[in-house]
Design a protein around this ligand. Structure first.
Ligand SMILES: NC(=O)c1ccc[n+]([C@@H]2O[C@H](COP(=O)([O-])OP(=O)(O)OC[C@H]3O[C@@H](n4cnc5c(N)ncnc54)[C@H](O)[C@@H]3O)[C@@H](O)[C@H]2O)c1
Length: 357
């Protein structure tokens, strides 16, 4: 994929430009079968427009699958702003972007992603109603990493039950690559459950946090070292592509469950993991706590309600692992099938006419 074509399957792709602010954005809607597209805005210094388009297309498609399995009434959408967030982000630029989101009339709801933050969504919200991930002070869901980490932990519990017959991670060693917003919360869940944590990060500040807050966490130099440690579970919580032709053969963990998006470097890695006897919990399933958190904002944010829904990630992961075992396919394939089924079966109901809607 990468080119907007019949093969890519996207419903709508909108290019937005505002010369005075320098805004160049692409909003991609993969599917609205289940409802308005929902997905964040990535602000990133892409090397070319083609690269920005490719990212928007890939990410919006992934959101459709994520939202479908998170049981949300949302389709998949995502936006990218082509620029350097440190240099180019400004109030007028974000507000210009908000006006383009508004112009879609609710076919797409935006949220935070790499390079955009809660306070940016507060600015975007001054121009559009179709925004989530705002600050709590503005009626928003706040930092989505809270329920993302909670959801990853639920997915990990389901994998532990599938493999070891217990939902507890007590006594297991979990390797976390990336002690950022999600990795920090996940560390706490695991330690509270009685697991031991081995972790790594490229940021000295993140490592200092671990030393000060959780001195019992073992820190290692990098992700390559981490995967060779005697860990039971590997949790990629940094960038995408953590599982590739070099890392999978070196992996000692029997379970992979982490927050990072697009963990499989290319198609076929899911098979390699299965051949090596590694139980991979699909990234977009276990990391959907964040989108569940921000989707709740549309109905007036209620943390307990959102947390209850995120707890469902345990059941969904369990269902996918059972389905994969029954069908003799990797969990990533079982997840895709389940998501496509919900999009088709629930999406079809729009064919029953409700006058006035
Ligand atoms: N925050 C959410 O709600 C959410 C939701 C779904 C998916 N995700 C995904 O989860 C991942 C983590 O998100 P986050 O919000 O914690 O991001 P973050 O930017 O707060 O944290 C990422 C951490 O990874 C570290 N890192 C970067 N490269 C690394 C490397 N090579 N080795 C080790 N550490 C490295 C960074 O220093 C940082 O501390 C991202 O891939 C994100 O797309 C996040």
């Amino acid at each position: 994929m990468g080119v907007f074509s019949a093969e890519s399957g996207h419903e709508q792709v909108v290019f937005c430009h505002d010369k005075p602010t320098g805004l160049r954005a692409i909003i991609a809607i993969y599917s609205t079968a289940l409802g308005p597209g929902l997905g964040g805005t990535r602000f990133y210094p892409y090397v070319s427009e083609a690269e920005a388009l490719h990212d928007a297309l890939e990410l919006s498609r992934a959101m459709a699958y994520k939202n479908a399995l998170a049981s949300l009434d949302h389709g998949g959408g995502k936006a990218v702003i082509w620029g350097d967030p440190e240099r180019d982000k400004s109030e007028p630029l974000l507000r210009a972007y908000g006006r383009f989101v508004e112009s879609l009339g609710g076919r797409y709801y935006t949220a935070c992603d790499v390079g955009t933050y809660v306070h940016d969504m507060d600015v975007v919200a001054r121009e559009t109603r179709f925004v989530t991930g705002r600050s709590a002070a503005n009626g928003g869901a706040g930092d989505s990493s809270v329920l993302t980490a909670y959801g990853v932990f639920q997915g990990m519990r389901a994998a532990a039950e599938h493999l070891w017959g217990t939902t507890s991670l007590a006594g297991r060693a979990v390797g976390i690559a990336g002690l950022g917003k999600v990795g920090k919360h996940l560390t706490k869940h695991l330690l509270d459950d009685g697991a031991t944590v081995v972790a790594t990060d490229v940021s000295e500040r993140a490592l200092a946090w671990a030393r000060e807050t959780h001195p019992q966490v073992t820190l290692v130099s990098d992700a390559d070292t981490l995967i060779r440690e005697p860990i039971d579970v590997y949790a990629p919580c940094a960038m995408g592509g953590a599982l590739d032709d070099d890392t999978v053969p070196a992996l000692r963990a029997k379970v992979v469950a982490g927050a990072a998006n697009n963990q499989l470097a290319h198609p076929g890695i899911e098979k390699l993991l299965a051949e090596r006897g590694v139980l991979y919990t699909p990234d977009y399933v276990v990391n959907s706590g964040g989108v569940i958190q921000v989707a709740d904002e549309i109905h007036g944010f209620n943390f307990e309600r959102a947390k209850l829904r995120a707890a469902g990630i345990y059941d969904t992961t369990r269902q996918i692992l059972h389905l994969a075992a029954a069908d003799g396919v990797p969990p990533a394939v079982a997840a895709d099938r389940l998501a496509e089924r919900r999009m088709a079966e629930v999406g079809r109901l729009r064919g029953i006419l409700l006058p006035g809607r």
